[in-house]
Design a protein around this ligand. Structure first.
Ligand code: BGC
Length: 891
């Protein structure tokens, strides 16, 4: 049992969402913490924050807030003296509560600044001299330098980045566990560097530093049509090692003309295509100081800007899980296949003992075809093929370096011995976002759906939000990101992830301020500005603000948001409608014409609907950042758009002229029709669903909100029926076909086992996973209050429905864990609710009668923490303070 403490404690302290980050370039970092108390209705009454260069806070205190009466415990902005480049700052927090308690000082945390001015970058971009055929993937260059350290080292840090991807080594060991560094940004404008603490690795006397470079997004295959060299043709490294000695002196070792270069065992490596590794070409000890590099070439210096350098913004990509294959299969065609039991993203680590020169080939696929044979056509030109050529020396362990695969099945050829499943390990990689949410309920298929949604997120949040992780695409499609972001925020902390991506979006906006289809933009210059895709510019920052209370992101993105709305306004003749240009429409909607990708909902309807929505969010943003002139401006614009929308798309009697499910969903969700007409619109939508025996026809645009609008309009039963539907098309249909991730198409695998077209058939496409939002907010009943974002005030309203007997949702918010769990049985309802300290909630217990609700022995009104009890037609509503509660009532 956990020990109860009456005191309060400050826990989970973060700087810019991160635990002790090294190398940030935020000049006014924000500090967040949680308050832990076992006493109900605890609210912070005051805080004190101290920041110091001295770990003991004795000297060098750069900021001391003293005691400040305030409830603020998230995003407290540093306002002390100017922060210095490369310095480490220690900080600690003390808090007071409304019950007269004072916490101890929290544990001491720190953040460390990155390189703040460009002149401090004295390193040079270095590259291999070798002239390669850049029309195809070639060997990965290795660069090295030996150096001497003559005094005792106090601290050593490496600041590193590359054009292409890099892996860093010192004295024979890999540095750090981050993958695919320096990450993917809009490289022409923004390039992240990483900082590593290497104090332990640097030895007195002889040392060596080594770097391996890979093509990655910079120079490798990117997008379809076998495009390469998107950002440049030369791979290069920029490295700076700063050593502080015990005697107070400092030394900097940099990448420069004295480095040496060679090729090694990685014969080719590409994100899509795979990797070929010839272990016979390994250069044993190549990053050790004593290695003889006489036959290595000198390096060339590359003239390349350093103006674009920024500190790491996102959380890094890492190996997050390992899974073991569940089965070895022999296919009818005679292939040997490993089944991982899960469609995953990452790679296979193999262990092998075989004579030198044995070539083992691993090909990766998501599915087997209906006869049980290996199927790769949906990968299009992405080869996803790993080739390992053994050295023949002892037991060899290998995993790829600069390539990842989306797969469940691996075809193995050339394997010389009996296959032992133990020798294979699936290494699951993604951006290392903190898991924050969980959802379970009484239906196992729905639980599998939740699993699939989370695995869709894992597989596609690999430094940028991608559409899919396997075929020759893997791009930051804006529409997909916008559709899924709210669900993503439940499952994991995605604030740093989207902060970085939105800065790329902003920097990739076109001259006209349109938003490219994919961010980072790597398609043709003209590939920009579809409605519902470009609206990511507004919807994403707004969602991060709501879910994490991140007002700074709104301030930062404001111009970008406004530019997008103004871009739309400038299109066509009527500034209040959007009826021109290219749009993806209700992508993959099932009411599409035979053979078409685009659903039946008129594109100008969708475009104008999103125009109204983005304008409304922009207006709200202007309110939050207190830009009064813009509030007025965009309020007017919004009203005009609504007026024009109604003239164009709503009949005088309140009927929508676009007779599709998606049109009705958008009209309700974005509040586009008059109040008096909502009922009719909702009824029409419900009618469409009844007609189709409760089956959806919606695509990317309509699906995310379908259940939300039905629930909100009084058709909760229909939303449950839709969710629990098992035949095609439905969320559970793919699960009946064995899906372990979300599919791009409702019928990726058809009833008869055949596939949807090979051109566009991803089995790991998170967009339709957007139903997760409804599962958390309606089934479990955890929702936020836009007036007090970041869950400072929480709305708890579980809404049980036919077919489900219990549901549990948990969410680790910025303030701590929120829980809402209900069970319904013959005795009635039991609802367990946890509200974190320093937050409050409004709770609605469905179908409850005030007099029937108890917590233990106490009737509702006598429960400590409960106030403002109100009997509604739909249940009992009340305010709740922090704490853990168990309410029971008869129905
Ligand atoms: C992607 C989608 C994307 C779409 C644009 C596809 O190729 O995989 O998810 O949004 O193109 O319509």
């Amino acid at each position: 049992m956990e020990v109860l403490f009456k005191m309060i404690k400050v826990i989970k302290i973060r700087c810019e969402y991160k635990e002790n980050p090294i190398g940030i370039d935020v000049l006014y970092p924000r500090i967040s913490w949680q308050l832990k108390s076992d006493v109900r209705s605890t609210v912070q009454s005051a805080y004190r924050l101290q920041v110091s260069k001295d770990e003991n806070f004795v000297s060098n205190v750069v900021w001391d807030t003293e005691k400040v009466e305030s409830e603020q415990s998230i995003h407290l902005e540093y306002k002390g003296i100017t922060l210095e480049s490369k310095e480490r700052y220690y900080y600690r927090v003390q808090a007071w509560d409304n019950k007269g308690n004072t916490s101890d000082w929290s544990e001491t945390c720190f953040w460390e600044m990155g390189i703040l001015t460009i002149n401090e970058w004295t390193a040079q971009w270095i590259m291999s001299k070798e002239d390669l055929d850049i029309a195809k993937a070639g060997p990965c260059p290795m660069l090295r330098k030996a150096f001497e350290v003559s005094r005792k080292v106090k601290a050593a840090k490496i600041y590193a980045t590359s054009l292409g991807l890099y892996e860093l080594y010192i004295n024979g060991s890999r540095i750090g566990d981050c993958l695919f560094t320096p990450g993917w940004t809009s490289y022409k404008k923004r390039l992240q560097y990483q900082v590593y603490d290497v104090t332990e690795q640097i030895k007195e006397n002889k040392n060596a530093i080594g770097v391996v470079l890979g093509d990655g997004w910079y120079r490798g295959y990117l997008a379809w049509a076998e495009r390469r060299n998107t950002y440049g043709e030369k791979l290069a490294a920029l490295i700076q090692l700063h050593i502080k000695y015990e005697d107070g002196s400092e030394e900097i070792i940099t990448s420069d003309k004295d480095w040496k270069a060679s090729n090694g065992p990685i014969v080719m490596s590409d994100l899509y295509m795979g990797e070929t590794y010839d272990a016979r070409l390994e250069k044993d000890g190549w990053s050790l100081p004593e290695y003889c590099d006489d036959d290595w070439n000198s390096v060339d210096i590359l003239e390349h800007t350093k103006e674009i350098l920024i500190a790491q913004e996102n959380v890094p990509v890492r190996v997050i899980n390992e899974i073991k294959p569940i089965e070895l299969l022999a296919t009818p065609e005679g292939d040997t296949i490993l089944d991982m039991g899960q469609n995953m993203v990452g790679w296979l680590r193999i262990k092998i003992k075989a004579p030198a020169g044995t070539v083992i080939t691993l090909q990766h696929a998501e599915v087997l075809d209906k006869s049980g044979n290996f199927y790769t056509e949906n990968l299009r030109s992405a080869k996803q093929t790993i080739r390992y050529i053994t050295s023949g020396i002892g037991e060899e362990i290998y995993e790829p370096h600069f390539s990842f695969q989306g797969f469940r099945y691996i075809r193995i050829t050339g394997y010389p011995m009996r296959l032992n499943l133990d020798d294979f390990t699936g290494r699951v990689i993604h951006s290392d976002m903190e898991p924050t949410g969980s959802f379970t309920c009484s239906d196992e298929l729905v639980n599998q759906l939740q699993h699939n949604i989370q695995w869709g997120q894992k597989g596609n949040f690999l430094d940028v939000p991608t559409d899919c992780p396997q075929r020759d695409e893997r791009l930051g499609w804006t529409g997909d990101a916008q559709v899924f972001i709210r669900t993503a925020c439940y499952n994991m902390n995605v604030a740093p992830f989207f902060t970085k991506w939105l800065r790329d979006l902003k920097s990739d906006q076109t001259k006209e301020k349109g938003v490219p289809f994919v961010i980072p933009q790597v398609l043709e210059e003209t590939s920009y500005s579809s409605s519902a895709w470009g609206d990511a510019a507004v919807i994403c920052p707004w969602t991060i603000y709501l879910c994490y209370g991140d007002k700074r992101l709104l301030e930062e993105q404001y111009e970008s948001m406004k530019d997008w709305v103004e871009y739309i306004r400038a299109q066509g003749d009527n500034e209040f409608l959007w009826n021109t240009g290219f749009h993806f429409g209700d992508w993959l909607g099932l009411d599409a014409k035979e053979g078409d990708y685009v659903g039946a909902t008129a594109r100008d309807f969708i475009a104008t609907a999103f125009y109204a929505y983005s304008t409304q969010l922009l207006k709200k943003t202007a309110e939050i950042i207190k830009n009064d002139a813009d509030v007025k401006e965009y309020n007017n614009l919004y009203n005009k758009i609504i007026e024009n929308f109604r003239k164009e798309f709503v009949s005088p009697n309140g009927r929508l002229v676009v007779p599709t499910q998606t049109a009705h969903v958008l009209a309700l969700m974005f509040d586009l029709v008059e109040k008096k007409d909502r009922k009719l619109v909702a009824k029409t939508l419900a009618g469409y669903l009844e007609e189709s025996k409760v089956h959806l026809t919606t695509g990317f645009v309509g699906t995310p909100y379908l259940c939300d609008v039905l629930t909100e309009s009084g058709y909760l039963d229909l939303s449950y029926k839709l969710l629990l539907q098992k035949d095609y098309p439905s969320w559970l249909y793919p699960i009946t076909k064995g899906a372990t991730t979300i599919w791009e198409h409702w019928d990726g695998i058809k009833e008869d086992g055949s596939f949807w077209s090979k051109d566009m058939n991803s089995f790991n496409h998170y967009a339709y996973g957007a139903i997760g939002d409804w599962m958390y907010s309606v089934m479990a009943g955890i929702d936020l209050d836009p007036e007090k974002p970041g869950y400072k005030h929480i709305n708890i309203k579980p809404q049980p429905g036919q077919g489900i007997t219990f549901a549990t949702g948990k969410l680790e918010s910025m303030f701590g864990e929120i829980k809402s769990a209900w069970v319904k049985n013959a005795e009635g309802m039991e609802t367990n609710i946890n509200i974190p300290s320093n937050t409050t909630a409004t709770v609605v217990l469905p179908a409850a009668n005030v007099v029937a609700v108890f917590e233990g022995e106490n009737s509702l009104e006598a429960v400590e923490g409960v106030s403002n009890v109100e009997q509604l037609e739909s249940g009992v509503k009340f305010e709740l303070g922090s704490g853990e509660y168990c309410f029971k009532y008869k129905l």
